[in-house]
Design a protein around this ligand. Structure first.
Ligand SMILES: [Fe+2]
Length: 471
């Protein structure tokens, strides 16, 4: 009798063990069970106050800044005047209302179908001091407007710095929630992962009108700190039906990038350095196979990276290389095929992408042993490989990508389909915190939070001590 009972108990334990073993094998990481509120994702109406045109005749609007050089001692200030070209001058200084310096920029406009853009100004302000607050004034007379920005610390391996990471933003109420949450995060520069306004979902002249409203929408942040731009598929705007066939026309007229400072021949791919980070921006929708300009440029730019000065090597692109969502699955394969080997060889720390409207973080894995005649089909753990992070959940009108592939692949560490943004806090040459904030939580809540060790410094110099918690 007692033996029978023990046998039954043993059988039960064995079954439980087998079930647990199966569950563990089928799911390497975490698929969040969080169920988000079903907010509607439609664009904010043009007469809403967050898209308002500033008061005053020909007042500057859609003000945004980006880094203007390689190392953070210059800022490109851009804005639009609606009625006439007006002045392209920026007055600036280090005290409020006291503008000791001035710089003059350029003005241009463009057409899209029958839409005529406003006058788009770009003015480079250079020769700035590091880690200094600058006040600036644009526009004329009663219509002039004043803003400020803070330059980053000097290039130094231990300069702490916090980046915000936003992708696929659009201009819905969810987008507004993302932007407002980001602005409370303490981020100093936005790394933007492509798909800006979603204006291409409109027709005819409304495309241009929705680019203008988006420019006004982001001004609350982008006039005060640099947004580093990468382009997505919604920037292509190939619309032969209305006679518009020049790719990236609106984007390139409106948003400047410092591509010449990194010896790039094209504003869609370039690099900057900020504090302790070397940031490389790639274009998923430009040629990147061997011998193309982007391929040649990336090969040389990776050689210019000096981890003794900028220990953190970060790459931005629109289409994720590792993504386990049904949406856009494997669309990054062409870029993976040409560049993944370099990413591993150069020990890239992070690759951020958007495109998929969800959040996902990978383990450090690579699939560089594969070729068309080898049998190595699966990604394998690789400590020299980057962590791939998809942050395409800014909140645009297309909604969330809620269908993840099942079972969760071994390479996927955490995934959730909710609107939000990330922050990357570089603490020193060895440690960084990556956080993902879900819009539905308070700012203090991190839905995903991981400490990362630098690929260069942590693995070369402090390997033994850091081994225990090395990701
Ligand atoms: Fe996209």
């Amino acid at each position: 009798m007692a033996f029978g009972l023990w046998f039954t108990l043993f059988e039960l334990l064995l079954k439980l063990f087998l079930i647990l073993a199966f569950v563990k094998k089928g799911s390497a990481g975490i698929t969040s069970t969080f169920t988000r509120t079903k907010w509607q994702s439609f664009d904010i109406p043009l007469d809403h106050k967050v898209l308002a045109i500033p008061n005053g005749y020909n007042a500057p609007q859609q003000v945004h800044i980006t880094q203007g050089d390689y190392d953070g001692k210059a800022v490109m200030i851009s804005w639009v005047t609606a009625d006439k070209p007006g002045s392209s001058r920026v007055q600036y200084g280090t005290s409020e209302k006291k503008y000791d310096f001035k710089a003059d920029g350029t003005v241009a406009n463009y057409t899209f179908y029958n839409y005529k853009s406003g006058y788009i100004h770009h003015c480079l302000v250079d020769g700035l001091e590091y880690e200094t607050k600058y006040y600036y004034k644009i526009g004329e007379g009663h219509s002039s407007r004043e803003f400020w920005f803070q330059t980053p610390p000097k290039i130094d391996p231990d300069s702490p710095f916090t980046f915000g990471i936003i992708g696929d933003l659009g201009q819905t109420y969810n987008s507004l929630s993302t932007l407002e949450h980001y602005m409370q995060s303490g981020g100093q520069t936005v790394l933007f992962l492509g798909d800006l306004s979603y204006a291409d979902r409109y027709q005819y002249n409304d495309v241009g009108i929705r680019w203008d409203s988006w420019g006004r929408f982001i001004e609350r942040s982008a006039a005060y700190q640099p947004w580093i731009w990468s382009a997505g598929n919604h920037e292509i705007e190939y619309m032969p039906d209305v006679g518009e066939v020049l790719p990236f026309k609106s984007f390139l007229h409106r948003f400047s990038t410092p591509h010449l400072a990194s010896r790039s021949n094209n504003p869609l791919w370039y690099a900057i350095r900020q504090a302790s980070a070397h940031i490389i921006v790639l274009s998923s929708y430009s040629p990147h196979v061997k011998y193309t300009p982007q391929w040649l440029w990336l090969r040389d730019e990776l050689k210019r990276v000096d981890r003794k000065k900028t220990p953190w090597l970060i790459i931005l692109m629109h289409v994720p290389i590792y993504n386990s969502n049904q949406a856009h699955f494997m669309e990054g394969e062409s870029m993976r095929a040409v560049f993944e080997r370099w990413f591993v060889h150069h020990r890239v720390d992070f690759i951020f992408a958007g495109h998929v409207h969800a959040y996902e973080r990978s383990y450090r894995i690579s699939n560089i042993r594969y070729n068309v005649s080898s049998g190595y089909r699966y990604p394998v753990p690789n400590k020299s490989a980057p962590v791939y992070v998809t942050v395409g959940d800014g909140g645009n009108q297309e909604g969330l990508a809620g269908r993840f592939r099942d079972p969760q692949p071994e390479y996927s560490a955490f995934r959730e389909a909710s609107y939000g943004h990330s922050t990357l806090e570089l603490k020193n040459r060895t440690h960084a915190f990556l956080n993902w904030h879900r819009n539905e939580d308070g700012q203090k809540v991190h839905a995903d939070s991981v400490i990362f060790l630098n690929r260069h410094w942590a693995s070369n110099l402090r390997r033994r001590r850091l081994k225990k918690d090395d990701f």
